[in-house]
Write a protein that binds this ligand. Structure first.
Ligand SMILES: [Zn+2]
Length: 303
């Protein structure tokens, strides 16, 4: 059975129930005062009668807050608020856009959903904007801080540890970026930590206007002051400095926090984790990290 035949794709009440279940895991959240699970449903409310609908249309998903006495629906404060199109059509449009490999044109959507071309155009653009905000926008796109760090894991295949080897040349290497505003993390397995390898990866993933925070490693020197990124700050780990005392923002604790979760999770696994699989583990930890707030799980609770 196709997802498109699901009830919430066709029935407005079911569409509301579906979105409410996704966004309100702990009960309805009042968008006016922020109180959770203190609202009750208003059933049977209809819109004002009009020529087209002499008896008015049923208002689905209407709630009233016990705290501030205001009414709301789950559409309030989301992209769904911005049009009068039925919610189930929004859900169909989103499904079509995210599930089709090459995307779907406004024209196609206009025909498939039986809505005006203008509405279809509006929908595709709003949904696209959300996708950008969600996953495709560069880290630090709002001029915020992006922490960058590397870590060493397990053993690089085919490399034996030299007797006096320092650092992690014989280990697998991973680069991680964490956007402090969106709390998103992205980890990339790299073959080596040369400047010529790292900087293009940073450019690919981090917006120009970002404030990039690293340790004092030589590879990162000279990337600030608008040369590669708007600004660059670094802490001197070798001097035992993890938070710059003059500027509390100057640290890479955020990405180090990510690594501590990663290493705890990988303990006992990464010794045997082949390099060809490491990026998948990395993606799995990124995903969990990126969704930990949405899932209501924070680092302390997760063991
Ligand atoms: Zn309220």
């Amino acid at each position: 059975m196709s997802v498109l035949s699901a009830k919430y794709m066709h029935d407005e009440a079911a569409a509301f129930a579906h979105v409410e279940a996704m966004l309100w895991a702990d009960g309805p959240v009042c968008p006016h005062c922020g109180v959770v699970d203190r609202a009750y449903r208003l059933e049977g409310v209809r819109t004002k009668p009009s020529k087209k609908n002499p008896e008015g249309k049923e208002r689905h998903g209407l709630w009233k807050c016990r705290e501030c006495r205001k009414q709301f629906t789950v559409r309030k404060g989301t992209i769904f608020e911005e049009s009068h199109l039925p919610l189930h059509l929004w859900l169909q449009a989103i499904h079509l856009m995210v599930s089709s490999k090459k995307g779907i044109s406004s024209h196609q959507l206009h025909r498939v959903l039986g809505i005006t071309y203008k509405s279809a155009w509006f929908l595709t653009h709003r949904i696209r904007e959300c996708m950008r905000d969600g996953a495709l926008a560069g880290f630090g796109g709002n001029g915020g801080i992006v922490d960058v760090d590397e870590t060493f894991i397990g053993k690089e295949p085919g490399v034996t540890k030299a007797k006096n080897a320092r650092g992690g040349s014989h280990k697998m290497k991973m680069l991680t970026l964490v956007d402090r505003d969106t709390k998103r993390a992205k980890s990339i397995v790299v073959d080596e930590l040369r400047k010529s390898t790292l900087i293009p990866i940073l450019q690919e993933n981090i917006a120009r206007e970002a404030y990039v925070m690293t340790d004092e490693a030589r590879q990162y020197q000279g990337i600030g002051a608008g040369r590669v990124f708007e600004a660059h700050g670094w802490t001197n780990h070798s001097a035992g400095e993890y938070v710059n005392l003059e500027d509390r923002e100057m640290h890479t604790n955020t990405v180090e926090g990510f690594y501590s979760i990663f290493k705890r999770g990988m303990k006992g696994v990464y010794q045997h984790c082949g390099k060809q699989h490491l990026h998948r583990y990395a993606a799995e930890f990124d995903f969990r990290y990126n969704n930990r707030i949405a899932n209501g799980v924070d680092d302390a609770e997760r063991s």
